[in-house]
Ligand binder design. Structure first.
Ligand SMILES: Cc1ncc(COP(=O)(O)O)c(C=O)c1O
Length: 364
């Protein structure tokens, strides 16, 4: 039996045919293909500005950085997320405060969020885990009342919707990942979207060493500090070919998720975390909350099924904040129970049936 991985991407020679054009034009740097990608994303997500970047981590970093927050000012981040969310804020030099997660949705918990706001709080970074929307209406209401910025970590949520709007386009800025375990990839890459012209201008300058407009690399005017956060034409070209496939991939991801839901619905000891598919939430990965998670993980691994355990809660690490892990009640309740089932759009129906049968066998 061939190994069934948590994720498999689909990059192949078809993508290379398009790359040929990019190689032929002898301009691998950031250029026309990056602009084309940005324009396509703006149109698709109905957003005014898009900047293509080397990763979602750099997008999140830039989003926090251009807010010019002071060292003692705080950003609220969910306690269960990929380290990138916290690393981005940490590198941008702001104080991180973790917020507990909601045990039903695995996203940031609203009641704890309200409790964690104080006079130093300046921003919130909701993370749409696996493409599942945070309660953006409430978050935006709180943010407006308390004058907080909202940076959506939509790394896993490209094309997923909340109340008819695309995730990532609701807060002040939204960031997406184009790493290979996403619905489309550029190898590595990220996208930052915003409707705010001032933010867009600041980002455009900071991402290219503090320069304005087109650059020569030589005697340019630098109006601020900055860095090199350019995406290459080569990566953008791959993203553009990949983008053509997202609609068909979307359908498969939904079908996969519903198959799991249906196949495992009788189990008491395993719960599939819900997606509002009717309202166009898009499940990138199927996450479960289950009893005996580690045993299940090992059992499936022995049967060539590779799942992915959830991230360790960030409060377990001592370098971001001095908050005590024990103070996160919901996190503690679920931290050893959550994992992702194989979710790729490349997964074969017969392989998924095999996974479902093995899980049923494990629990019955
Ligand atoms: C929630 C979340 N945030 C941020 C990132 C970072 O994305 P990247 O690897 O493109 O930097 C990821 C990556 O998958 C992620 O899952």
């Amino acid at each position: 039996m061939k190994k069934i991985n948590f994720w498999e991407t689909d990059v192949g020679l078809k993508d290379f045919i398009y790359q040929k054009k990019i190689f032929q034009q002898n301009f691998p740097n950031e250029g026309n293909y990056v602009i084309k990608l940005q324009n396509q994303i703006k149109k698709m997500l109905q957003v005014k500005y898009c900047i293509a970047l080397p990763s979602c981590t750099s997008a999140l970093y830039l989003a926090v950085k251009i807010l010019n927050l002071k060292k003692n000012q705080e950003i609220l981040i969910p306690n269960i997320t990929f380290a990138a969310s916290a690393n981005a804020a940490f590198m941008a030099g702001v104080k991180i405060k973790f917020v507990d997660v909601n045990p039903e949705t695995l996203n940031i918990d609203l009641s704890d969020l309200k409790k964690k706001i104080n006079k130093n709080t300046k921003a919130i970074m909701p993370v749409h885990v696996s493409g599942r929307a945070c309660d953006m209406s409430s978050i935006m209401k709180i943010a407006k009342k308390k004058k907080l910025y909202v940076i959506e970590d939509a790394a896993e949520a490209f094309l997923s919707k909340y109340k008819k709007k695309f995730l990532g386009t609701i807060g002040d800025m939204g960031c997406f990942s184009l790493s290979p375990n996403k619905i489309f990839t550029s190898g590595q890459g990220g996208l930052l979207v915003t409707n705010n012209k001032q933010f867009y201008k600041k980002l455009s300058v900071f991402k290219t060493q503090g320069r304005v407009g087109s650059t020569t690399g030589g005697n340019d005017l630098h109006i601020s500090v900055g860095g090199n956060f350019k995406l290459s034409n080569i990566s953008a070209g791959l993203a553009i070919t990949q983008l053509k496939k997202v609609n068909s991939r979307k359908k498969i991801l939904i079908k996969n998720h519903l198959n799991y839901k249906n196949g495992l619905k009788k189990l008491q000891k395993l719960k599939i975390v819900n997606f509002d598919i009717k309202n166009n939430e898009l499940p990138l990965w199927t996450d479960i909350i289950c009893e005996k998670r580690d045993k299940l993980f090992n059992y499936l691994k022995k049967n060539n099924i590779i799942c992915r355990k959830f991230w360790y809660p960030l409060s377990k690490k001592n370098f971001y904040s001095n908050q005590k892990h024990n103070s996160f009640k919901n996190t503690k309740k679920i931290e050893n129970k959550i994992m992702w089932l194989p979710s790729s759009f490349m997964m074969k129906s017969k392989d998924q049936r095999y996974i479902i049968n093995k899980i049923l066998k494990f629990y019955t």
